[in-house]
Ligand binder design. Structure first.
Ligand code: FES
Length: 586
């Protein structure tokens, strides 16, 4: 039953907005109701009211056209059902439609909140992922910036990526996890942009891909954990992805502990040498990190997505460079035969620290036999494998820090892959000291050896010295440097100036993170930074921290500036979120 004018106006959410006669005469009106600007339309005896701000990019909808109850925005032609506000163009969004009432000649609208905004933003995030629409993703991320909501957004993207790419875990999900890990090093205002990059990369990576149909666990589970691990490695060995996937699903469903699952994955990822230039192990490590962030209830879809990656990878035994003129695989296999005894003799309650200054020259040297022996000897002497792996990561970082710009450009990636692989081995060993994973450390060291031609001649790393520079001035210089191509050595000099003035890596990490986020996403630049910052922070040594930071800053400088199209999309979303006008009135 219609309310009287008095009783309607006494209701808090019903607001008087227009005269019926005037609306009938003009066919449309723009009115204010509380905080809202509302576009009113009169068509075929009915009154419609929608938010005047187009949900796509904010154009005034009162300038739109109405035909057959469809309102078309005059900027990018998004179409809306005037009754419900629902859009026919998923790249836009539903516009809010307000209930209307007429009493006599007076028109009222109800501006009470009609929907659960959080659920709406999460639903739109899924729309953006499914259709690979970066602007929709950016607009969804910004209101989901709280700790609780950003974890939920991360979960949505993680599960989507794990289920919707037949080839399994890929660069999209790796970028997502890298960005989530990087967030803690970034200024709070930069974190939503990091999530935007990560989630958009998942959407892009899944776009046009067939979905993944999961393999169910063994009925009743597996009775023997050692046997399941053996089966898993054997199925990966013969490139049987579905057999391998069934083993992972069974291990998860049976409730194997996390270390046992990690051990199983790491063993298969290192049964062959430097599998897929290190990506297979890196992806396995990132999948485990993702579950620590999102929750292990997603373990089955997430970890089974690794099966195609592990079983289809390229094995470096098949590459000439690992076989000739020196058979590196043979050297490694001999070392692996001695590894169980070395690990057994070396285990002590408090492991020795590695002698970095002795080991690094061997790792960067010319003799692969000496390199394998030095690692084995260190283990025998009781050096902890985690600390030893950290030295290998450092040697790999030096290849980037000393990469001369006279090299072919594509070779940056050769040096980069060794660094991220060595980093994955190190992080994997921090998770579980799997004896099989220790082989990965030897593989990483051998790939550092193979990359020695990329440091001929080695670029000089500037030395730390007290030179009167102030950290604030150094950080202020960075944007201009990254606006110009190939400022590789200039950036290294600035990083050195910074660490000459301060041993705290956190501010320069945040500043470089911001430089990274300005650029269009480059998988390797992101991986490199995500690897380098925790190493710099954990080093507690200004020189070591500067070398890790120089490695990643030089890589980014070599790949900047990009056209920054993704940053433009995110800026549009930010302006819309703040209620600013994006369209140009001039
Ligand atoms: S369609 Fe309305 S602003 Fe783009």
């Amino acid at each position: 039953m219609a309310a009287s004018v008095d009783s309607v106006s006494a209701t808090p959410h019903w607001i008087h907005v227009a005269s019926l006669a005037e609306l009938q005469k003009d066919g449309r009106a723009t009115v204010n109701a509380g905080d809202h600007v509302i576009a009113m339309f009169y068509r075929d005896g009915k009154i419609f009211a929608v938010d005047n701000r187009c949900p796509h990019m904010g154009f005034p909808l009162d300038r739109g056209s109405v035909k057959d109850c469809i309102l078309t925005c005059h900027w990018h032609h998004a179409r809306f059902d005037l009754n419900t506000g629902g859009t026919f163009d998923q790249w836009a969004d539903d516009v809010r439609a307000f209930p209307t009432r007429v009493e006599g000649d007076e028109v009222f609208v109800d501006v009470s909140m009609p929907r659960d905004r959080r659920s709406h933003h999460l639903a739109r995030l899924r729309d953006g992922l499914e259709r690979d629409i970066p602007l929709v993703i950016a607009k969804s991320i910004l209101p989901l910036a709280s700790q609780r909501d950003s974890i939920e957004a991360f979960r949505v993207a993680l599960e989507f990526g794990a289920r919707n790419r037949a080839g399994g875990w890929g660069s999209g999900l790796t970028t997502l996890v890298c960005m989530a890990n990087l967030s803690k090093h970034l200024a709070p205002e930069d974190r939503p942009r990091a999530m935007f990059h990560g989630i958009s990369e998942v959407a892009s990576d899944c776009d046009g891909q067939a979905p993944r149909f999961p393999v169910r666990p063994l009925p009743g589970g597996a009775s023997d954990a050692a046997q399941l691990k053996r089966w898993f490695r054997q199925f990966v060995e013969v490139r049987d992805g579905e057999g391998a996937e069934r083993c992972i699903a069974t291990a998860v469903r049976d409730g194997y502990d996390r270390a046992a699952i990690a051990d199983m994955l790491f063993a298969a990822a290192t049964d062959h040498r430097y599998l897929t230039i290190g990506h297979a192990l890196d992806f396995a490590n990132k999948a485990l990190e993702a579950l620590n962030l999102a929750g292990w209830d997603l373990a089955e879809p997430v970890l089974t997505s690794l099966a195609p990656v592990l079983s289809s990878g390229e094995r470096m035994e098949e590459r000439n460079s690992w076989r000739s003129p020196i058979d590196l695989v043979q050297i490694l296999e001999r070392a692996f035969e001695e590894l169980p005894a070395a690990l057994g003799s070396g285990r002590k309650s408090s492991p020795l620290q590695p002698r970095k200054n002795d080991l690094v020259p061997i790792l960067l040297g010319e003799d692969p036999e000496a390199l394998a022996s030095a690692l084995l000897d260190s283990i025998r002497q009781g050096v902890g494998v985690v600390d030893l792996a950290a030295i290998v990561v450092y040697a790999a970082a030096l290849r980037l820090a000393q990469f001369p710009t006279s090299n072919e450009f594509g070779d940056w990636d050769t040096a980069h892959h060794s660094f991220t692989f060595a980093n994955a081995v190190h992080r994997g060993l921090m998770r579980v000291e799997s004896p099989e994973l220790v082989r990965g450390m030897f593989d990483a060291a051998m790939s550092v050896y193979l990359n020695r031609f990329l440091n001929v001649p080695a670029a000089k790393i500037p030395e730390l010295r007290s030179n009167g520079h102030r950290t604030r001035e150094v950080l202020a210089d960075l944007p201009a440097l990254f606006d110009t191509q190939q400022q590789v050595n200039q950036v290294a000099a600035r990083v050195t100036n910074y660490f000459s003035a301060s041993a705290d890596p956190a501010p320069i990490a945040a500043a470089l993170g911001r430089m990274l986020l300005r650029e269009d996403r480059d998988f390797h630049s992101i991986q490199s930074m995500e690897a380098a910052f925790p190493l710099a922070l954990a080093s507690h040594d200004a020189q070591l921290a500067s070398h890790f930071t120089i490695a990643t800053a030089r890589y980014l400088a070599a790949h900047a500036p990009t056209v920054r199209a993704q940053g433009q999309t995110f800026r549009i979303a930010e302006r819309l979120y703040r209620g600013e006008r994006v369209f140009d009135e001039e």
